[in-house]
Design a protein around this ligand. Structure first.
Ligand code: SF4
Length: 334
């Protein structure tokens, strides 16, 4: 397609394809204003930028997570089934044993997934306590028994000691989200902790040279401009992987029955994120199959180069094998 036939905002954004230089915040805001019918033109550009710059890291980054400790969390995240402030009907259990983690991780490897994340509910770990030590032991066991696997973790807010220990134990990526409207975290996400605590954790992780996986969930009541705030905050935080989720409104949480964001706005968010982060891994996480259903293929062609497969923390996803077939079809657009 000749870029000259496109809207001026998109023509200007073609510069990213030529130079690899990210768009500015002002350009992102102009792109966010494009009418829905032009979202596909923007997606096409984002897919080209992904192919030229994003794929140089990993062609399609597939990861899977295990909920290693579920529920009774004292935090009050409004989207989350695991908060004890909410009333979702979920399975609750303490930290699982090492063998269960090993079995789950083996299944991932057998299905061709290279990254496996251990996730625990709760605020996090400011010190290395007995539970955190057990997580470190799990990481060591996975490295020892499954040497090809990249082991990741999402354990909440961290203090100095736990962050340094994760680096020493060779974690591949650490996930901690600042969410889509960092300035309204208190109103839209939780008021039992702050986004600043999360940002401090990210700085600690980077100080320890740990690669950070950080993004947010679309559809919690944020504006497009606030999503752009997150996208540019992530530039400043030097993250490597950006997981973008679409809210799965869970019964028993304050966001139960929440109206979904339009597909065109989600496409634009993925595309703008790619143009602001040409060479990062942008991962489509929760909501891909359950909420986006028929549109997940389109979203994977709007700048994403990674996906979470095999299920989420309290909801099932699609089979890893089905996802692999899906990914091979997506690859034909590369
Ligand atoms: S997102 Fe994490 S911190 Fe927030 S309520 Fe759920 S388990 Fe707790």
């Amino acid at each position: 397609m000749d870029p000259k036939t496109l809207q001026p905002q998109i023509v200007s954004a073609y510069r990213v394809l030529e130079t690899g230089e990210p768009i500015s915040r002002a350009e992102a805001l102009l792109l966010a204003d494009l009418p829905g019918e032009l979202a596909l033109d923007l997606a096409a550009l984002a897919n080209k930028v992904k192919n030229r710059y994003g794929s140089s890291i990993e062609s399609l980054h597939a990861c899977s997570i295990m909920n290693a400790k579920s529920g009774v969390c004292g935090e009050n995240c409004r989207f989350c089934a695991q908060s004890r402030h909410n009333h979702a009907d979920i399975e609750v259990y303490d930290l699982v044993n090492e063998d269960s983690v090993l079995i789950e991780a083996r299944n991932c490897i057998a299905e061709g997934v290279s990254h496996f994340g251990i996730v625990t509910s709760g605020y996090g770990y400011k010190k290395i306590n007995a539970e955190f030590q057990r997580v470190l032991d799990m990481i060591d066991r996975l490295h020892r028994d499954l040497p090809g696997l990249s082991v990741c973790a999402s354990l909440g807010v961290l203090g100095e000691e736990p962050a340094a220990a994760l680096a020493a134990h060779g974690i591949a990526h650490y996930n901690i989200n600042i969410q889509v409207a960092p300035d309204r975290y208190h109103d839209l996400i939780a008021d039992t902790h702050t986004v600043e605590e999360r940002i401090e954790t990210i700085k600690l992780l980077r100080k320890n040279n740990i690669s950070v996986c950080c993004g947010g969930i679309m559809g919690v009541g944020e504006t497009m401009q606030e999503r752009i705030d997150m996208i540019f905050a992530l530039q400043d935080l030097d993250v490597s992987v950006i997981p973008l989720n679409v809210l799965v409104p869970i019964d028993g949480t304050p966001l139960e029955g929440k109206e979904p964001v339009s597909v065109a706005d989600i496409v634009k968010t993925f595309a703008i994120c790619r143009l602001a982060h040409p060479n990062k891994i942008i991962k489509f996480a929760a909501g891909r199959e359950t909420i986006m259903k028929d549109f997940q293929g389109l979203l994977m062609l709007s700048g994403a180069n990674g996906y979470l497969t095999g299920g989420y923390l309290t909801t099932r996803g699609r089979d890893i094998a089905d996802d692999r077939r899906f990914a091979s079809q997506i690859a034909s657009f590369n």
